[in-house]
Design a binder for this molecule. Structure first.
Ligand SMILES: Nc1ncnc2c1ncn2[C@@H]1O[C@H](COP(=O)(O)OP(=O)(O)O)[C@@H](O)[C@H]1O
Ligand SMILES: O=P(O)(O)OC[C@H]1O[C@](O)(COP(=O)(O)O)[C@@H](O)[C@@H]1O
Length: 307
């Protein structure tokens, strides 16, 4: 079974504002309110690709209820822990200024609730896939992903981590099967600006040397690069050129990689699916459908490059 953990899910309020002016009252020209958060998006895209998963994490208040309602309406199994206080965050995305977003902090998670989640995760076992994705509420211990991986290290669970900075660096010693920083996040870790495939490779390699088994660096409009455990490096340019809403494109890449890997156990194919799915989501109003992914897959153009 596949489990996604979103410790800090959200409702994403995605608005287009023509001619946005800072310091003035702006009016939207379109708006969407959708369930969000990195693990929940992975679950949604997996479902679109015909793969079941269970979405875990914490929700609170009316926003939390709405997140769960929307996921269940999509046919996703949910097993969130519901908090008594606070509300799940609302993240604001300005789709007309691509990449501009304001993400909330998220509610307080009391220790007993965190313990409950840990107990739930300890039931995972051989053959399960666990996706740990996204930021964590500010009051949560910053080594939470590390704690989860440590507890699961003797079980044969395949773990994928999509996180940034220390949250990511601290799990590497437990050998996550896949990590997926984007090129800005990778650059931020090492204090450099990365913009081309060739720039990314040495830094992705460092993360592999620190323990990550496979490293997928997504690069927005420039496609992405995969350093796989068999020592190969493969890259592709983006599969789409017109973007409608890139929120969730990275999460879609993670879902696409899992789908491709489960289907063929082949890194080139898993990477192709990752890039096709990310591209298909970026080019559509919401997360990619299976048909959009199949179309996008035709435009993947793999290049094997030197390490
Ligand atoms: N502007 C874009 N143009 C074309 N493809 C895109 C664009 N943004 C994202 N994608 C596709 O989605 C994938 C993941 O997007 P990216 O922005 O790198 O991830 P994240 O959302 O984690 O920052 C990219 O590797 C690419 O395949
Ligand atoms: O947990 P974080 O890092 O604040 O990110 C949460 C946000 O990222 C998203 O999961 C989208 O992520 P990507 O665009 O990186 O795929 C949104 O749905 C959500 O609002």
């Amino acid at each position: 079974m596949i489990y996604t953990v979103t410790l800090n899910p959200s409702l994403d309020y995605i608005v287009a504002v023509d001619d946005f002016k800072l310091g003035y009252t702006n009016r939207t020209s379109s708006e969407l309110m959708l369930p969000g958060g990195k693990g929940t998006n992975v679950s949604i895209v997996l479902k679109n690709l015909g793969i079941d998963s269970t979405a875990l994490g914490f929700v609170a208040g009316f926003t939390g209820d709405e997140i769960v309602r929307e996921l269940e309406e999509t046919g996703i199994n949910t097993d969130f822990i519901k908090m008594k206080d606070g509300i799940s965050r609302i993240n604001l995305k300005l789709s007309s200024i691509d990449g501009t977003e304001i993400n909330g902090q998220g509610p307080d998670i009391p220790k007993e609730q965190l313990d409950k989640l840990m107990e739930r995760l300890m039931l995972l076992g051989e053959g399960d896939i666990l996706v740990l994705a996204g930021s964590i509420p500010v009051t949560m211990p910053s080594d939470i992903y590390e704690q989860i991986m440590k507890k699961l290290q003797d079980k044969d669970v395949t773990i994928i981590v999509d996180a940034t900075k220390d949250l990511l660096l601290n799990v590497l010693k437990y050998h996550p099967f896949l990590i997926k920083p984007n090129h800005h996040e990778l650059g931020e870790i090492f204090g450099v600006e990365l913009s081309e495939w060739e720039d990314v490779v040495p830094y992705a390699k460092k993360l592999q040397e620190m323990g990550a088994v496979n490293v997928l660096v997504s690069m927005g409009g420039k496609g992405g690069v995969l350093l796989s455990e068999d020592g190969k490096v493969v890259a592709t340019k983006a599969t789409v050129s017109v973007v409608k809403n890139s929120v969730g494109a990275g999460d879609s890449s993670v879902a696409g990689f899992i789908a491709g890997w489960l289907q063929k156990k082949d890194f080139d194919y898993a990477f192709s699916m990752a890039m096709a799915t990310g591209g298909a989501s970026a080019a559509s109003d919401y997360l990619a459908t299976k048909q959009e992914v199949e179309e996008s897959l035709k435009r993947v153009d793999l290049k094997h490059i030197a390490k």
